[in-house]
Design a protein around this ligand. Structure first.
Ligand code: 23J
Ligand code: MN
Length: 263
């Protein structure tokens, strides 16, 4: 099939509903959970603020609009390579310079929802990824890989979502060897439904925050606070995860869209 026919077919399938657009994004607003870092990195991202300019009133009789105050790493968002020191030297590692061809890609959805419910500190290992590939097929170069934990179902409560207690934050994520394996496959990036791409306790890993450290070291991307991954098949969907073109931004809220074939 020619590329032209492929696009004609995709367009027709979108119109007929044979391909469905699934929203993998959480609501962005004052109640959106924001990562809280340990006290030695105490300068936080502030909560999202939405300020009304006008709503058909004396400040704007015919129009409604707001202005926003928000951190780059707020809600469902993109981590660009320049976010981490290991990726600081990539000239195409910013939100305004990265190659967009790489952010529209097939997505592999690894379902760890049962494991994450049983253990909030669940870690996805390379061996578990290999077992998933044996069942569902190989992860290929250029693809997204995302961890389904059903964590988005906690997003209505900051406390439940961040899940911090006296021993720190507890949320599922990848091990060092998992990220090393995925990088060996040449993935475009890694995503999670949790507050960040790394596990809650990843600050104790070697290296600390391996998803951040190693993905961005290799000029790869991260996606955090994704939603609705339970509506995606293990393979077969295409994920569109494009950051705003913030000038030399290190990340950005996104509207993450999955194109999902309906059988
Ligand atoms: C800064 C420092 C550590 C982490 C993060 C940000 C994130 O998770 C993020 O939003 O990229 S772990
Ligand atoms: Mn981030």
């Amino acid at each position: 099939m020619s590329a032209n026919e492929t696009m004609q077919n995709l367009g027709a399938a979108l119109l007929s509903g044979d391909v469905e657009v699934v929203d993998c994004t959480g609501v962005l607003g004052p109640d959106t959970p924001i990562i809280q870092l340990p006290p030695d990195f105490a300068k936080p991202t502030p909560d999202v603020e939405i300020h009304k300019i006008s709503e058909y009133d004396e400040d704007g009789p015919f129009f409604a609009w707001n202005w926003l105050k928000l951190g780059e790493h707020s809600g469902t968002h993109f981590d660009a390579p320049h976010h981490w020191i290991t990726g600081k030297d990539y000239s195409d590692g910013y939100t305004d310079t990265l190659p967009l061809q790489k952010v529209v890609a097939p997505v592999n959805v690894i379902d760890c929802s049962a494991e994450s419910e049983a253990d909030a500190d669940f870690l996805l290992t390379a061996d578990l990824v290999k077992a998933w590939e044996a069942e569902h097929g190989e992860i290929n170069e250029g693809e997204w890989v995302v961890l389904r934990s059903d964590w988005y179902k906690r997003a209505g409560s900051k406390d439940d979502f961040l899940n911090v207690n006296e021993t720190g934050p507890h949320s599922p994520g990848p091990t060092v060897d998992c990220i090393e394996y995925l990088l060996s496959k040449g993935i475009t990036g890694w995503g999670s439904e949790c507050i960040g791409t790394d596990a809650g306790k990843a600050g104790e890993f070697d290296p600390p925050y391996p998803a951040h450290n190693m993905l961005h070291r290799d000029n790869k991307y991260g996606l955090a606070s994704l939603a609705n991954l339970d509506q995606l098949p293990p393979k077969g969907a295409v994920l569109i995860a494009a950051p705003l073109k913030i000038e030399h931004g290190t990340g950005s809220p996104i509207r993450a869209l999955a194109l999902v074939p309906k059988s």
